[in-house]
Design a binder for this molecule. Structure first.
Ligand code: SF4
Ligand code: SF4
Ligand code: SF4
Length: 157
């Protein structure tokens, strides 16, 4: 039996952690507008949109966003709206955590190749393998680097 407090806390955490599909309205508006129809999930060619409770969210463990626009084009509820996002689909950027193999002194460049805009740089350093660093200016937040990382060190925020 889940208490009301536990339910609300779980709901609060979901609000804080869910990455909505690209061109999503701000969270409160999104939750008001989205009917949970699942159309965006059905049309995503890379299958990165998944159902999370009533609403859709992006899980980059399944792949990357190509910014094809199919999810927003199919949304009839106004929860995903390209015309309401003049600054682009989203503002998330890749972040590399401390468990990155290169940061721990082990040679690894796995995340560099899948990045379509070469936003992950490997800076030479003395006494260790090149350090993986994200150029946040060019990172589009596509998530292509997330799944290939052997130690799940990359997240989008
Ligand atoms: S823009 Fe295309 S690839 Fe990206 S989440 Fe929407 S449907 Fe999927
Ligand atoms: S793939 Fe993962 S472990 Fe390897 S350099 Fe990139 S972030 Fe680090
Ligand atoms: S999220 Fe996409 S653009 Fe950003 S570093 Fe990863 S692969 Fe490159």
């Amino acid at each position: 039996m889940v208490s009301r407090r536990q339910f609300l806390w779980g709901d609060f955490k979901a609000r804080r952690t869910s990455q909505r599909p690209p061109w999503a309205r701000p969270e409160e508006i999104f939750r008001a507008e989205c009917s949970g129809c699942g159309e965006c999930i059905a049309v995503c060619p890379t299958r990165i949109i998944v159902q999370s409770g009533r609403y859709p969210e992006v899980d980059f463990k399944h792949g990357e966003c190509t910014f094809c626009g199919a999810c927003a084009a199919t949304c009839k509820d106004g929860a995903l709206r390209r015309d309401a996002c003049p600054d682009g689909p989203w503002a998330i950027k890749a972040q590399i955590a401390e468990n990155c193999l290169a940061k721990k002194g082990v040679e690894c460049r796995v995340c560099g190749d899948p990045c379509p805009v070469a936003a992950i740089r490997f800076s030479p350093r003395l006494g260790g393998p090149p350090m993986a660093e994200v150029d946040t200016g060019s990172c589009t937040g596509c998530g292509a680097c997330v799944a290939p990382c052997p130690v799940a060190a990359i997240s989008l925020a």
